[in-house]
Design a protein around this ligand. Structure first.
Ligand SMILES: Cc1cc2nc3c(=O)[nH]c(=O)nc-3n(C[C@H](O)[C@H](O)[C@H](O)COP(=O)(O)O)c2cc1C
Length: 347
């Protein structure tokens, strides 16, 4: 079966589809490999391919498609606004074993939206209309869109939905925040429910899913066909299996501190490139720790110490101090106001 047949079957089946959100500099081939060992999602997204007049698909992102070690379908995401370049790239990406081509309409980084790409396109619905029309013609496999609910105001969502309804897209993922809201609280799950009611295509719900109980409630509340999970899965790679257990009515297994420590060791073993400076390797691990740290006991103290380390020996000394124990970990952030990311990406 081709990846897009597998993906189409997932969308047609009854079970809610669980997916890992695209995350630049996080959802690499190495991270996919680690997440898959913990059960993993049903489908993966690549980080976005930057598309402009002279762009070529980035080699390291192509690796997550050609060397996909998960046995699950992977969807290639593009960001950009140049229609001929998007068509050219979409055609090229279809030569790879991808399950779908996805368009990013959500990236909130000012460097991206000022160029009217990602979330910036939400200010120009007519342009989205033209891009979707052109890409729908060019993409012969499933074509999907990932959007936020507006640029400045959720009131923009009605007009956007009309455009999404006009083009026969195969899936809409809704991150239920506006672009200017970045990652601040106030996720509008009611608008995901509206999209699921009004659109013919399946809808995935995205935004702030950190526990299995919350995932189950969100599926019921919104009628979404599936969930897309980002930061919650970095923090808790067990989350996808926990959600599956919750939906079957089984008891959720919580990892111990030592399990989390082993997960960090596994990330280290997979993420680290031999020959790279120790400090750069420590910085790479800190990227993951910003998320994982929010879920461990005494997150402020843990993160305060981990952010200051410069050697890998000290990095693991602190991890062991906080995590080498049999305590059960819920891994939900204690403070449900997630960090605000301003550096999601560079294009
Ligand atoms: C570090 C980071 C990188 C991201 N990169 C992308 C990206 O490349 N493409 C995209 O559509 N969204 C990107 N996002 C947004 C996520 O896919 C997701 O929509 C967002 O984090 C909300 O989901 P969550 O609350 O489950 O994390 C990124 C988010 C983070 C935290």
């Amino acid at each position: 079966m081709t990846p897009f047949e597998t993906f189409s079957n997932l969308l047609r089946a009854d079970a809610p589809v669980l997916s890992l959100a695209p995350m630049q500099d996080v959802t690499t081939l190495a991270f996919m490999r680690v997440i898959a060992r913990y059960g993993g999602p049903d489908v993966y997204w690549t980080e976005f391919f930057r598309v402009h007049d002279v762009s070529r698909p980035e080699k390291w992102i192509l690796d997550s498609i050609t060397k996909n070690p998960t046995g699950k379908p992977v969807i290639a995401q593009m960001i950009g606004n140049d229609i001929p370049a998007l068509i050219r790239t979409a055609k090229e990406l279809q030569h790879y074993p991808v399950a779908a081509i996805d368009l990013n309409l959500g990236c909130p980084a000012p460097i991206v939206y000022r160029k009217c790409a990602g979330g910036g396109l939400l200010r120009e619905p007519q342009r989205i209309d033209a891009i979707l029309g052109a890409l729908r013609d060019a993409v012969k496999i499933p074509f999907t869109v990932k959007t936020r609910i507006g640029f400045e105001s959720p009131a923009e969502f009605d007009a956007l939905l009309k455009i999404f309804a006009k083009h026969p897209i195969d899936l809409l993922t809704v991150h239920a925040r506006t672009v200017t809201q970045m990652y601040r609280p106030g996720v509008r799950y009611d608008l995901i429910a509206q999209a699921a009611r009004e659109l013919k295509c399946p809808v995935f719900a995205n935004g702030n899913v950190f526990s299995a109980a919350q995932a189950q409630q969100l599926l019921a509340e919104t009628g979404a066909r599936g969930l897309m999970i980002g930061r919650g899965a970095i923090r808790n790679p067990w989350l996808f299996d926990q959600i599956r257990a919750q939906l079957r009515g089984e008891k959720i297994k919580l990892p111990t501190g030592r399990d989390v420590l082993n997960y960090i060791r596994e990330l280290w073993e997979n993420e680290i490139t031999p020959g790279v400076k120790e400090l750069s390797q420590v910085q790479r691990m800190k990227k993951f720790m910003n998320f994982i740290g929010e879920g461990v006991p005494s997150p402020e103290k843990f993160l305060h110490e981990i952010r200051r380390v410069e050697t890998i020996a000290n990095f693991f000394r602190i991890c062991e101090e906080f995590l080498d124990n049999e305590e059960l970990m819920e891994l939900e952030p204690k403070n449900l106001q997630p960090q605000i990311f301003t550096d999601e990406t560079q294009i």
